[in-house]
Ligand binder design. Structure first.
Ligand code: 4NP
Length: 165
């Protein structure tokens, strides 16, 4: 059966992905940058909408952490123009998937998910075909940020592979 709101024009609507962490200044903006770069490289940037949010509201309107900006920059990705945003109820209707950095984020998002939500909720790494979680580097070192980049970039490549299948 075809859904009443299905797109019958033959033009596929973009997939809408929202990456979620706690503060939206370290992991999820790095993931957003890596995803945008890998999708562009694969010619899929027109097929996917990417955004990121935090479950917490402490950094609404803030640029990413300077260590996150520097790490992404070392890998050729500019995330300095991103600004912090807090998860809101409408995100569960406007996105297809809310992709969480770690289990704590996953629990927080599931607790807020309305019954009529459109969005699925998953761990970002798992949705990308990988194992594990993305550890919070906020109180860590430059090396911890570099490790986060490695993880989010691998996951971004996993997303590209998933979309190609
Ligand atoms: P993120 O890291 O969740 O990767 O953005 C954090 C940033 C800020 C805070 C916690 C985690 N904070 O408590 O302000």
């Amino acid at each position: 059966m075809i859904a009443a709101d299905a797109d019958t024009t033959g033009v596929q609507a973009p997939l809408r992905l929202l990456v979620v962490c706690l503060g939206n200044i370290c992991r999820s903006p790095m993931a957003e940058g890596a995803l945008r770069a890998r999708l562009r490289e694969a010619g899929l940037d027109g097929s996917v909408v990417v955004d990121s949010v935090g479950t917490g509201g402490w950094h609404v309107g803030d640029p990413p952490d300077e260590r996150a900006i520097a790490t992404a920059s070392r890998h050729g990705v500019d995330i300095s123009g991103l600004r912090g945003r807090q998860l809101q109820a409408s995100d569960f209707h406007e996105f297809d998937w809310l992709l969480c950095a770690d289990d704590s984020n996953l629990r927080a998002v599931k607790a807020l998910r309305p019954h009529d939500a459109r969005a699925g909720v998953a761990l970002f790494m798992k949705w990308a075909g990988l194992r594990g979680a993305i550890p919070d580097p906020y109180t860590g070192t430059a090396e911890d940020f570099e490790r986060v980049w490695t993880l989010v970039d691998r996951a971004a490549q996993g997303v590209v592979e998933r979309l190609r299948q």
